[in-house]
Design a protein around this ligand. Structure first.
Ligand SMILES: [Zn+2]
Length: 161
């Protein structure tokens, strides 16, 4: 079942207000992270805000490289920052770009990167003005290959059947 929610941004939201980790604030952090994007070649700024199960938020931006292949996406940047500080359980990731008419959608590589840490967490794909579509990781990468498959794969062939 794919659940799609589309909402308008909260009209009075300001990051200067006292806040909890509300959905709105979470998405706003992704927009802020976007401003740090290093994108001289792609000219495509992306920001991500990853909410861990304990309420910590890690942000990330895309980082281009003169060797184009080496650039990294905002989502993988944020996930790597979280993992490198001991976090592996995630509730949600919000993604922001400068696209006005399309929701920013994570690339296939980032979907796989998300899937490594579970299928049952939320992905908020936003437009520039703040509206969004919500999907679960599993919706974005159905019938995926993950850690459990690899465990099964290491059983020696001779011991199968
Ligand atoms: Zn990506």
């Amino acid at each position: 079942v794919i659940i799609t929610l589309v909402r308008q941004p909260h009209p009075s939201h300001s990051c200067l207000q006292t806040h909890t980790h509300s959905d709105t604030h979470h998405r706003h952090l992704a927009m802020e992270a976007k401003t740090f994007a290093y994108s001289p070649y792609s000219n495509f700024r992306v920001g991500a805000a990853l909410l861990t199960s304990d309420g910590t938020v890690f942000t990330g931006c895309n980082v281009d490289n003169a060797c184009y292949n080496l650039g990294i996406c905002a989502e993988r940047n944020a996930i790597s920052k979280a993992v490198s500080e001991g976090h592996r359980k995630f509730k949600a990731i919000a993604i922001a770009s400068d696209m006005e008419y399309q929701y920013i959608s994570p690339c296939g590589g980032c979907r796989q990167f998300m899937r490594e840490f579970g299928l049952d967490w939320e992905v908020y794909m936003t437009k520039l003005e703040g509206s969004f579509v919500k999907r679960m990781v599993e919706d974005l990468l159905p019938e995926s290959f993950g850690p459990q498959n690899l465990k099964e794969g290491v059983i020696p062939v001779k011991n199968r059947n």
